[in-house]
Design a protein around this ligand. Structure first.
Ligand code: AMP
Ligand code: ZN
Length: 136
C-alpha cells in the first residue's frame, strides 16, 4: 500500500519529481538530495514499509539484488574507489524518513566522509551472554 502522507511513497510512485536512476514496477532508485558523496543514491520500494522489520521478505531480497546491480553500474560509471550500503531503522539508528530505503554511497579516496563506530571491548563472557540472548 501507498501512504499519502509519506514523501518516499510519493517520490517512488512518481507524484513528486526526483532524479531517477532506475525504475521498475517494484522500485525507484533516486539521487539523494543531501549526498554524502557524488552519486549517493537511494533504493525506494514503491510499496510503503516503514523499515526493515516490516518489509516483505521478497522485497528485501529484490532490494539486495537491485543494490548489487546498481553498485556495479555506479562503480563502472563513477569510477568510485569503494561503496557503502547503509540502511537505517529507527531514530536511534539515524532513520529520518520512515519509509524503508537503502543508501548506496559511492566512496572516493579522500572524500572526507566516514561511516564509523567506536569499537567496544566486550569480554568473552559478555559476548556469550549476548550470543545466548539473540540465538537461543
Ligand atoms: P535516513 O537518515 O536513512 O532516513 O536517510 C534519509 C535520506 O533521505 C537522507 O540522506 C536525505 O538526504 C534523503 N532525502 C530526504 N528527503 C529527500 C528527497 N525529497 N529527495 C531525495 N532525498 C531525500
Ligand atoms: Zn512510504
Amino acid at each position: 500500500m501507498k501512504k499519502d502522507d509519506c514523501i518516499f511513497c510519493r517520490i517512488a510512485n512518481g507524484e513528486i519529481p526526483s532524479k531517477t536512476l532506475y525504475e521498475d514496477s517494484e522500485f525507484r532508485v533516486i539521487l539523494d538530495l543531501g549526498p554524502a558523496a557524488k552519486g549517493h543514491a537511494l533504493i525506494l520500494p514503491k510499496e510503503h514499509a516503514e523499515n526493515l522489520y516490516d518489509l516483505p521478505e521478497g522485497t528485501a531480497a529484490a532490494a539486495m539484488v537491485l543494490a548489487q546491480r546498481m553498485a556495479r553500474i555506479m562503480q563502472k560509471k563513477l569510477q568510485c574507489d569503494g561503496l557503502n550500503l547503509v540502511q537505517n531503522n529507527g531514530e536511534a539508528a539515524g532513520q529520518t524518513v520512515h519509509h524503508f530505503h537503502l543508501h548506496l554511497i559511492p566512496r572516493y579516496i579522500d572524500d572526507g566522509q566516514s561511516i564509523n563506530w567506536k569499537p567496544g571491548k566486550p569480554t568473552q563472557e559478555e559476548l556469550e551472554a549476548i550470543r545466548k540472548l539473540i540465538a537461543e
